[in-house]
Design a protein around this ligand. Structure first.
Ligand code: SAM
Ligand code: SF4
Length: 539
């Protein structure tokens, strides 16, 4: 139960509101009394991608900096923040399915406040949001998340988390819809980092956002509408954040964005980047000269070294990479920087040129395979993972077979596959969603079965070999591993540089350590091994 009723402040200037935005100010604002505060306990429920998890760390950090404490679950929270995913209808239904419970919780505790943010909240369609999410008090678009604290009157406690209201000038058309420009996010991130208002969930691994939004043309995808056009964070801000992470002992950093490979194209040209003359070899041409690019950024973070010349962040990753922007410069930086992990997630989406064209992906199967060849030549043993959509509009059996063929050819280490889900407002929503759901399901199962076999074979090749694991979690002991009455052996798990999940016997003291593990068992999705040394500390 909460001690007081939080206001939900309507900060947008009247002229700046979207036409269907909130009506008169919320009467509950009058209930707000600045003194006599009992700060709410909050709980953030995060769905979807790594960017959402990173955004949630920032929201939780702002609430903690404002003096609130974190509740372990929704039932004990006075402020519930739902960071939603809208990539597929199924993800939205997960949240819609909680509306009844949340409404009952609110009747029992009228002070409870529910905020919905993330990709389900877009500039257009507030009326529809109210209908789909009736238990929600406040909707914040992803670019409005920095307003979370101020919109609840909590920034009176501390200036941290204060953010100016967003206005209509921050909206711009993307296709037929309006989307926020995300212009403020690089600045609000820098302020959050500077004030320590990022509640990181791990002390050994960190997400580091480098670019917000997406400029791509994928016809099925809602992200450009929910997160707006691409906005890169200033180069020096990213490097400074990486240096601070190194100082705090973080060993594994993932540079984040919907499209990290196009990092920097929107930043001003500077003399110090005069040597950057990249050429795109897929899709539309774009002037990128004299601006920092992803390759420069990898090299700059890799150059944060200790006195012995070793990278202070021994593992550097980046996600997600659109094949369109994967330059030769970037492949060279991956190969030459010792901290950059030997893994790339490179979404292909389909293995058929007609489908790829209809999806607006701007490359052909042949061009994708060429890229894979260049990556494997430059970085021997690199692990490749991908995303695939099955049952996209008009997908024939033969076209689907081409996707299976691509999987057999590339032999990915992992595939994230899902059935196509039409997203209202996207170009593909105007095409016929004509692959029956039973066929989508059946194709998805065939694809997953094929990949399971490939994944198993690839993992089995590691049995008897050693790999370096960053232990990051304690696992429950396995009941079949010990006799009744015997004390179960403690178990831990972590990832190797190729991003494979590795289980091993070991005590919780290993968490946060880089250890050498000899693999003795392989499954399609994970490896099991035994600790051979705790000394691994680099490649
Ligand atoms: N930016 C990345 C890229 O280059 O493709 C992907 C980011 S997207 C948030 C994650 C994945 O969701 C996509 O790769 C795609 O496979 C999947 N996805 C996006 N829209 C979808 C839809 N309407 N139906 C099914 N899957 C979808
Ligand atoms: Fe969506 Fe395509 Fe942008 Fe990825 S690149 S976020 S799939 S629009």
């Amino acid at each position: 139960m909460t001690g007081r009723t939080l206001p939900v402040l309507d900060m947008a200037p009247a002229a700046a509101r979207a036409p269907d935005a909130a009506g008169p100010s919320d009467a509950r604002v009058t209930e707000f009394v600045t003194d006599d505060q009992v700060l709410p306990r909050f709980h953030v429920w995060t769905l979807g991608c790594q960017m959402n998890h990173s955004d949630s760390e920032e929201m939780a950090g702002a609430l903690l900096a404002a003096g609130c404490s974190e509740a372990p679950d929704m039932a004990s929270a006075g402020l519930i923040v739902i960071n939603s995913c809208a990539i597929r209808e199924q993800a939205e239904q997960k949240v819609i399915g909680r509306m009844g419970v949340l409404a009952r919780m609110k009747s029992a505790d009228p002070g409870l406040r529910v905020v919905l943010t993330g990709c389900s909240v877009r500039a257009d369609g507030l009326v529809d949001l109210r209908r789909r999410y009736p238990a929600v008090d406040l909707f914040l678009r992803p670019d409005q998340e920095p307003e979370l604290v101020a919109r609840h009157g909590l920034d009176s406690v501390t200036a941290v988390g204060r953010a100016a209201p967003t206005g209509a000038d921050e909206l711009q058309p993307v296709g037929r819809l309006m989307a926020a420009t995300a212009d403020r996010l690089p600045g609000t991130r820098a302020a959050a980092v500077e004030t320590g208002a990022v509640a990181r969930r791990s002390s050994s691994h960190a997400w580091l956002p480098i670019i917000y939004g997406c400029d791509k043309t994928c016809t099925y995808c809602i992200v450009p509408y929910s997160r707006g056009p691409e906005r890169s964070r200033p180069f020096d801000d990213v490097v400074a954040e990486a240096r601070a992470l190194a100082d705090s002992g973080v060993r594994d950093v993932t540079l984040l964005g919907q499209n990290v490979n196009s990092y920097g194209h929107d930043l001003p040209a500077e003399a110090r980047f005069a040597a950057v003359q990249p050429r795109r070899h897929l899709g539309r041409d774009l002037s990128l000269e004299g601006r920092p690019d992803m390759a420069e950024l990898l090299r700059a973070v890799d150059a944060i070294r200790d006195a012995d010349g070793r990278p202070r962040i021994p593992r550097l990753r980046f996600v997600t990479s659109h094949p369109w922007d994967l330059s030769e410069r970037l492949i060279a930086a991956m190969a030459e920087c010792p901290s950059v992990c030997e893994h790339l997630h490179l979404p292909v989406q389909a293995g058929d040129d007609t489908l790829l064209r209809r999806m607006g992906r701007q490359y052909t199967v042949g061009a994708y395979l060429e890229l894979v060849g260049r990556l494997r030549a430059a970085i021997p043993g690199i692990a490749l993972t991908t995303d695939v959509i099955v049952g996209f509009c008009g997908e024939t059996e033969e076209q689907f077979e081409h996707t299976l063929e691509l999987l057999r050819t590339v032999r990915f280490d992992g595939v994230f596959a899902a059935a196509f889900s039409p997203r209202p407002g996207t170009p593909a929503a105007r095409l016929a969603d004509d692959v029956p759901s039973g066929t989508k399901r059946e194709r998805l199962n065939r694809l997953l079965a094929l990949q399971e076999g490939i994944g198993l074979e690839r993992n089995q090749a590691w049995v008897g070999r050693r790999t370096e694991v960053l232990v990051d979690e304690v696992r429950p002991p396995r009941s079949h591993d010990h006799d009744p009455g015997e004390t179960p052996r403690p178990r831990v798990a972590g990832r190797d540089r190729r991003n494979r999940l590795v289980h091993l016997d070991g005590d919780p003291g290993l968490v946060g350590r880089l250890v050498e593990v000899e693999i003795d068992h392989a499954g399609p999705y994970a490896l099991t091994g035994r600790l051979v040394s705790g000394a691994g500390d680099g490649r």
